[in-house]
Design a protein around this ligand. Structure first.
Ligand SMILES: [Zn+2]
Length: 483
């Protein structure tokens, strides 16, 4: 019987975020040891969910589940947490001597002492398993794919979609490549072409990027081509090899794979000036409240997106809404454990005085907002995603409250989380469809779920730790030009 080792070790690192990803950050978001991966991911529409499905039907392959380990995006992974994840994977390989290793990675992990978190991990895995045993990894669309990563993996498969509605499908492709390699029916050759361009946060549905995705799909339709993918890169990571990359996987034809990757990579580089985004000002976004139409206006506070490394507590929009006396707006959400505690102490139905959010440098956070609010709802902060992205996954906000202030509803949670699924509102008794407007701490992912009922969706670029365009960021390590 063949032995296959699977593990998930994911972090998207924003070098500009002052908060690090320590063991506690991984415990809060997801740390599942060994067979606990089954209960955490069986039936969930993500990469480990797909790995379990593909190999669950193979009685002749023994699955060794090492760990599922993921934290909210933030500053670098601490040396301790990196050693924990990496150490468990490498120890399990030494102990079990598997016939193959299949990993769910992000591709933009920076750890203390290791700028290329995944490159370093893949190199170590390769040195343990040697050149002949297969090593395959799925990646996020926002991977910064480095030469070291490409050199050490047999196949890397990034997502295609932003919002990431294809986590499961990507995991499935990676798992099927691994299955074929174990069976001797698949012999992937990987072409890799880096495009040293810093792409802004760019939804994959926009026509400017569809041009390149069409090229990937056309190439993929050729005989002998397994998959062709375009990774967008993640510019807040601030490492030397940031940027976009094309991956082309063929059945046994290295020259063809490289030709495809080069052709598309060169086209992206040539067309990079089309990959720019314009963001309205907060004034312009709030003026959209007056436009007619059914359903809420959704304003995304992209620069404070905890899914990119924001601290989920900036107050620029809330402050302006209160100053103008605007009403009927629901905010999802502020991560502010102290305010949660004060609300819980006061009790449901009671009034409470808060200094909400704005806990880091006021230049980035807007500073705390004094607020007299009434506590409306108290929840345990658990909810499952309903829509396509990471469908079925369980989220944990910690103890969470809803307060009402100035005719607006504000969700305040204990933990940070990107509210990309509108279930966050429903779980605490707010009908998102019925609000005049929603303000969400998200960049692009929210478009999948909120797009089902929103009148209009708009992203604003305010101060924060994850501004949605790279221009003007104080890079120290990136060796390229942003334009
Ligand atoms: Zn991503």
């Amino acid at each position: 019987m063949k032995k296959l080792l699977i593990a998930e070790f994911r972090h998207e690192t924003d070098s500009f975020c002052p908060q690090k990803a320590d063991m506690e950050a991984f415990r809060k978001r997801g740390l599942h040891m060994g067979r606990e991966m089954e209960s955490a991911y069986r039936g969930v529409r993500n990469e480990p969910g797909a790995f379990l499905d593909v190999f669950g039907r193979r009685e002749d392959i023994h699955l060794i589940e090492v760990l599922g380990m993921t934290a909210m995006p933030s500053g670098p992974v601490t040396a301790e947490a990196y050693a924990f994840g990496r150490g468990h994977i490498l120890d399990a390989i030494r102990r079990e001597q598997p016939d193959g290793v299949l990993l769910a990675l992000h591709g933009a992990m920076v750890a203390e002492g290791h700028d290329d978190g995944e490159g370093d991990l893949l190199e170590e895995v390769r040195s343990l398993i040697g050149p002949d045993r297969p090593l395959v990894a799925s990646l996020d669309l926002h991977a910064n794919i480095t030469a070291k990563m490409a050199r050490n993996a047999d196949a890397l498969v990034p997502y295609e979609e932003y919002p990431h509605t294809d986590m499961y499908e990507t995991g499935y492709v990676a798992a099927r490549i691994m299955e074929g390699m174990l069976d001797g029916t698949c012999h992937p050759c990987m072409g890799f072409h880096r495009v040293p361009y810093l792409n802004p946060m760019f939804p994959s549905a926009l026509p400017e990027i569809q041009v390149f995705l069409d090229m990937c799909r056309e190439a993929e339709a050729q005989d002998g081509v397994i998959a062709v993918r375009l990774a967008h890169g993640f510019y807040p990571s601030d490492i030397e090899e940031m940027g976009m990359a094309v991956i082309a996987l063929t059945e046994g034809d290295a020259a063809l794979a490289q030709r495809i990757a080069d052709r598309i990579g060169e086209a992206v580089w040539k067309g990079r000036d089309t990959l720019k985004r314009h963001f309205p000002t907060l004034d312009e976004a709030l003026a959209m409240l007056e436009e007619p139409g059914e359903g809420p206006l959704v304003i995304a506070d992209a620069s404070d997106n905890p899914g990119g490394g924001g601290l989920c507590d900036t107050t620029f929009i809330l402050r302006e809404v209160l100053r103008r006396g605007l009403r009927g707006i629901a905010f999802g959400m502020f991560a502010d454990p102290d305010s949660v505690r004060r609300c819980v102490e006061a009790g449901v139905g009671q009034e409470v005085d808060l200094m909400l959010g704005g806990m880091s440098d006021p230049a980035f956070s807007g500073g705390p907002v004094p607020l007299r609010a009434r506590v409306r709802t108290l929840t345990d902060g658990f909810y499952r995603n309903r829509d396509e992205m990471n469908q079925g996954a369980l989220n944990n906000l910690g103890v969470t409250v809803v307060v009402e202030a100035g005719g607006n509803l504000i969700i305040i949670s204990t933990h940070r989380l990107q509210p990309y699924d509108a279930e966050i509102f429903r779980h605490c008794g707010i009908s998102p469809e019925r609000q005049r407007a929603l303000v969400v701490k998200s960049a692009v992912h929210y478009r999948n779920s909120y797009g089902k009922f929103a009148r209009r969706m708009v992203e604003v670029s305010l101060p924060g730790f994850v501004v949605p365009v790279p221009d003007g960021l104080p890079f120290r390590k990136w060796k390229g030009s942003a334009s």
